[in-house]
Design a protein around this ligand. Structure first.
Ligand code: SAJ
Length: 461
């Protein structure tokens, strides 16, 4: 069994390892900061000049990294950034933290990983440790990354070390951050695992070694597939409760009182974000290549994808109850980011719901202090882009034919909505704690006080 060259472990122990982090986004920059905090000289790499210049000025572009902390490490000379990929040769360890999106047909897009692998190949030398952190399908490290790196003629596990260690960054989480979240790691060989642990055990509080890179890749997709499937179950429950005219929120809250054997998930308008909707498709894609059908993933994805349409039907039915058509109605969407209290629009179900309402002829407005503008980025399917968040004024609420709560940001005056809006479709159960005179239609069952018929005031478009 080849042992890790003592010098790498020794280097890691006495901090004379130079750590490279390739990709300085919401995963890479926090990792680079924690590496510097552990006493390693850390060199960040990014293709964006703007990101590199900002970091070298000590200014953070990532919400979970304060400029004060970043600036201190930059000032000490422990952390700097560059776009010059040839400087990867200076690094004894390189963590790859680049995006792994899906393409239009939901197949993995490994173009950023492959480009990074070629940049590392150009600088690969004996003794280096390479760790892939980007979420991907099991087999990527060994089947995609390793062949590229072995074009160097160097042997994995002897000349260089290769591991997979999934990122577990939850932006905005006040409790769990990069250093204190347990860190899974698996190597292409045992020696690789030992090399990866030698470094990462000095950066992360808790390391969770697993048998191989494939196992580590699977852990990550399993974690988020578990989440996606349980969200789909909550969404199917909402649809069943709608048929049974039972308030789904009451059912979920009551089930959540079970102190064992249950984990609460809530229904909603659909599945957004850059992790949960995507990660399970990496596993299903890989298994399809092995003629194995991941039925749970496929069905759950289908159920989650139905939710925007379910919400639009709710809006149409609620307007219809008031003898109004969607066509020509004024609809105000409250909250467009993919989850509460963040500014990220990626895969947000709000965009699909707004698009479908516009297609049916509704005049759609939105209010979201986290997302002041929905830009025309070429693939957001909304009309009249860019759209700007409107004030949620009394006049605005009174002028709407329907208000739809899509993302339940905190700090919104839902009592005002309950008092001034005539009709609210609430996809998050938010209005339940704001009784008022508005007619509230939930995802299922609940209806609140009918509002006396009053003419809707005209609104300046
Ligand atoms: N959602 C529901 N019902 C739920 C939970 C979420 O409808 O019960 C929806 C959200 O509204 C959102 C989508 O699912 O549209 C994803 O929400 P999320 O809470 O899973 O947030 P993400 O996408 O930021 O997921 C990340 C993941 N972190 C990593 O992959 C490192 C995930 O593993 C975390 O569990 C999650 O953060 C978290 O806990 O915040």
């Amino acid at each position: 069994m080849s042992s890790v060259p003592v010098d790498f472990v020794a280097h890691a122990e006495d901090r004379d390892v130079v750590v490279g982090v390739l990709g300085l986004g919401y995963v890479g920059l926090p990792l680079a900061v924690e590496s510097a905090r552990s006493g390693y000289r850390t060199l960040g790499f990014d293709i964006s000049e703007t990101v590199v210049e900002s970091i070298n000025r000590g200014t953070s572009h990532i919400q979970d990294v304060s400029s004060e902390v970043l600036g201190a490490f930059v000032g000490e000379g422990l952390l700097s950034a560059t776009t010059d990929m040839s400087r990867l040769a200076e690094c004894d360890a390189i963590s790859i933290c680049v995006p792994t999106p899906l393409n239009k047909i939901k197949d993995p897009d490994l173009s950023y990983v492959v480009a990074s692998a070629h940049a590392v190949l150009a600088a690969l030398r004996p003794g280096q440790l390479i760790i892939l952190e980007s979420t991907t399908y099991p087999g990527t490290t060994r089947e995609v990354l390793l062949p590229i790196l072995e074009e160097s003629g160097l042997k994995v596990g002897e000349d260089f070390f290769l591991c997979f260690s999934p990122e577990r960054v939850d932006p905005g989480n006040a409790v769990w951050h990069t250093r204190n979240t347990p860190k899974v790691l698996g190597g292409a060989t045992e020696a690789c695992t030992r090399a990866g642990l030698a470094l990462y055990s000095r950066i992360f509080d808790t390391m969770v070694p697993v048998e191989s890179a494939e196992a580590a890749e699977l852990v990550k997709v399993y974690e988020n597939t578990f989440r996606m499937i349980n969200i789909a179950l909550a969404n199917e429950l909402a649809q069943a409760c709608d048929k049974l005219n039972v308030d789904v929120w009451g059912v979920v809250e009551a089930a959540a009182t079970k102190p064992f054997g249950f984990m609460k998930f809530t229904p909603g308008p659909g599945l957004g974000g850059h992790c949960i909707p995507l990660d399970p498709h990496y596993l299903s894609w890989k298994m399809r290549t092995l003629a194995f059908k991941t039925r749970m993933i496929d069905l759950a994805s289908e159920i989650n994808a139905e939710m925007p349409g379910f919400v639009v039907r709710k809006v149409a039915d609620a307007l219809n109850d008031e003898h109004k058509a969607v066509n020509g109605s004024r609809v105000l969407v409250l909250g467009v980011s993919y989850k509460k209290d963040i500014d990220d629009l990626r895969e947000s179900p709000a965009l699909e719901i707004m698009h479908r309402l516009q297609e049916k002829g509704a005049q759609v407005f939105y209010h979201d202090r986290f997302c002041p503008v929905i830009a025309d980025d070429g693939h957001t399917p909304l009309q009249n882009l860019p759209m700007r968040s409107v004030d949620m004024s009394e006049a605005m609420l009174q002028a709407m034919d329907c208000v739809v709560v899509i993302t339940d940001h905190s700090g919104v005056d839902y009592s005002l909505v309950a008092d001034k809006a005539r009709l609210v479709v609430d996809t998050r159960g938010t209005m339940r704690s704001s009784p008022g005179i508005a007619r509230v239609v939930g995802l299922s069952g609940q209806e609140q006080a009918d509002r006396p018929a009053v003419p809707t005031a005209a609104v300046a478009a």
